[in-house]
Every structure is written in C-alpha cells, then in structure tokens.
Design a protein around this ligand. Structure first.
Ligand code: SF4
Length: 364
C-alpha cells in the first residue's frame, strides 16, 4: 500500500500535476487499484433542502442573495418531501443523499431540529446521509452524529490564498474549525474544492496541501469544475479544459490515496470519454440527478448507461464505514445550547464581488 502522507509540499504536488500525462495517469491508476475497486463508483444524490437567499458572498454561487441570478429561493423542505426524494434516489442507484442548505452556519432552533429529523429519516432508509449546512459547532456536529449522519461536507474551495479572492464574508480558518468540530464525532468528512475560478496551478496544489495536512484526511474529496452562472462575480470565467480536470483528479488520487474522489459540478461539460479518463485517473464517486443544488447535471439514466458501457458498478452503502445508529430526539444526550459562535467576517473588498453586487442593485 502506498502510504498516506500529511507533509506534501506545494512543489511536490505541482511536480506530480505537471508530469507527462501518460505517466501521471499510470501512477494515479496504480495507486487507485491498491486502495479501491477500480470498477466501483459511489453514487450520491444532492438535494437542495433550502435554496437561495444566502447571506454569504461566495463568488461562484448563484444562491448568494446579493447577486442577481435566476435562482428561485425556497424555504426549508419538509421531512416528507425529503423522504420522497431520498426513496427516488435510492431506487435509481444512489447510496447517499447529501442535503444542502444555503446557510452561513447552523443555528439551533426549529429548522435545525427539522434537519435532524431528515437525517434520522434517511438513515432509517439504509442510505448514507450527508449534510452541507455551513459552519457548525462541536455540539451541533454531535447532534447530527446522534441523528445518524454519515458525512458532513464543508469544502475548502481553493488554496488559502485564492480563497480570499473569491469569498470575503467568512474565513478559511473557520472552514478548518468546522472540519475539526466534525472530526470530534464519528461523522466522516467530505471536503474539496472548485477549479476554473481563475486560480493558478499553485492554488490547486495549495488546496491539496491543505486537504492532505488534515489528519485523518477527508474520506471524500469533491473536485468541482466551475459552472459560471450569469449574475455571479465569476460569470465570465471560461470553462476549464478536460485536461485540467483529469490532471486534478489524478493528482488528488495520488496524494489522497484512501479518499473517495468525487466528480461533482461541471460534469455536463464533460464528454463520456472525458469522464472515463477521470475514472481511470482515480475518480470513484459522482453526484447523480439532473440538478446539483442549482446547476445542471447529467440525467440519472444517462449515468447508468455510462456505467453499463464502462462496466462500472454503483457502490453499496456503508462499505467504507459502518452505518451509524440513529438516536431519537427524545433519547438525545446533546441538547441545543443556543450558542452564538463568533465565526469570522474578514470583509475585505473583492472587486468583482462588489461589481456583481452593484449590478444586482441596479436591476432591482
Ligand atoms: S456557496 Fe454556500 S455559503 Fe456560499 S453563497 Fe452559496 S449557499 Fe451561501
């Protein structure tokens, strides 16, 4: 087994990223085979349980209230609506449901209690449950764990340096603190980022340094290709080439050998051949369903057809880690503490974010 290292340098990672492609693919595929079944791909369904109206200023995100995009916001879904969607996802081959809410951070109260009930409900369907709800405190992470949460997603987005060029309303260190809070529970960590936001290759390597430094390393790492949405500060970014995606996936596989590497946003822009190359390079997870929170994604049937063509099988749930038990709300050890954590607000000015905000104001 190739060893898991936590001391990669940016230079070492850049050397891997820039290897001749055939060498890079061969090395990544070899490591992939040592740690994973190369014909199995985990399928997750992403569900936007609360869309739009987010107070943050993430430059890539159409759900930020301050930008003018076509997103129609909605209130928190009901437990029954979520259950129906989860059953649909299960019947089409998904082993995991990832619920996303456009929140800065979790707040104790009825809405969080409702999310906890959603977690209990999906875990009882014998599916892995993941949530992405913004920053969480240790007590909130413990409550999610008790409800039966399998994974918590909190992306680093980019390198610490480039993060500051994309987001000004929350700090990189808060991302790390949330991941640390999740790590104090038995919930697994899902954390990755986005390429194609105008960052340099050094930033891609820098993000991987940050992810590899985490100990233990995240159990899953989504690699997103930016989907530039009109009205967002990054609306004019050109789509990245498939070669960048393949190099990023292969490099991630090499430096995070045990992680499940997920092809996330941007798959609609990739051909089937391009995706096959990513699977060869070590990607072993995808998001299924025609929407990824708010951006388009390939149709489930199309994905299943691709799996058949490539001889891939969807991964069964709880293969990597045992199913957590669900503790009912009435038996819970952890109660709401009504905490008011001081998550940072760097508030430095990012020119393109300011411009997008002004444009949105003018359109109101
Ligand atoms: S990425 Fe998340 S936190 Fe950032 S604006 Fe979008 S919904 Fe809000």
């Amino acid at each position: 087994m190739s060893e898991v290292r936590h001391n990669w340098t940016k230079e070492e990672i850049l050397d891997i990223y820039n290897k001749p492609l055939m060498e890079l693919l061969y090395e990544a595929a070899t490591i992939h085979r040592k740690h994973h079944d190369p014909n199995t791909v985990q399928v997750s369904t992403l569900l936007s349980i609360k869309t739009g109206g987010c107070p943050e200023d993430c430059g890539y995100c159409p759900q930020a209230a301050r930008y003018h995009t076509d997103i129609e916001g909605n209130d928190l879904m009901t437990v029954q609506q979520v259950k129906a969607q989860a059953l649909r996802a299960k019947s089409s081959g998904s082993s995991r449901v990832c619920m996303g809410a456009a929140w800065r951070n979790v707040k104790d109260g009825p809405e969080f209690d409702q999310v906890l009930e959603m977690v209990r409900t999906i875990n009882k369907l014998d599916m892995e449950v993941c949530c992405t709800l913004g920053m969480v405190t240790e007590n909130q992470a413990q409550r999610l764990a008790e409800a039966g949460l399998y994974a918590y997603n909190h992306n680093l987005d980019s390198s610490e340096e480039y993060y500051k060029e994309v987001i000004s309303t929350r700090g990189f260190e808060d991302r790390l603190e949330t991941i640390d809070n999740v790590r104090k529970t038995n919930v697994t960590v899902c954390s990755g980022g986005i390429i194609g936001m105008g960052e340099k290759e050094e930033d891609r390597a820098g993000m991987l340094v940050a992810l590899t430094t985490l100990n233990p390393q995240p159990e899953s790492v989504p690699i997103n290709a930016l989907v530039a949405v009109d009205g967002t500060p990054l609306e004019e970014q050109e789509p990245i080439s498939i070669w960048d995606m393949v190099r990023m996936v292969a490099t991630t596989r090499i430096v995070l050998p045990e992680t499940q590497v997920r092809l996330s946003a941007g798959r609609t822009q990739m051909t089937r051949e391009g995706q096959a190359m990513c699977f060869f390079a070590g990607a072993n997870s995808i998001f299924a369903g025609d929407k990824l929170l708010t951006t388009p994604n390939p149709d489930v049937n199309e994905d299943m057809e691709m799996f058949k063509q490539l001889g891939l099988n969807p991964q069964k749930p709880f293969i990597k880690k045992m199913q957590p038990e669900t503790v009912e709300a009435s038996d819970s050890k952890y109660q709401a503490l009504g905490e008011k954590p001081k998550w940072s607000r760097p508030d430095h000015k990012i020119e393109r974010n300011e411009e997008a905000k002004q444009k949105a104001r003018a359109l109101k």
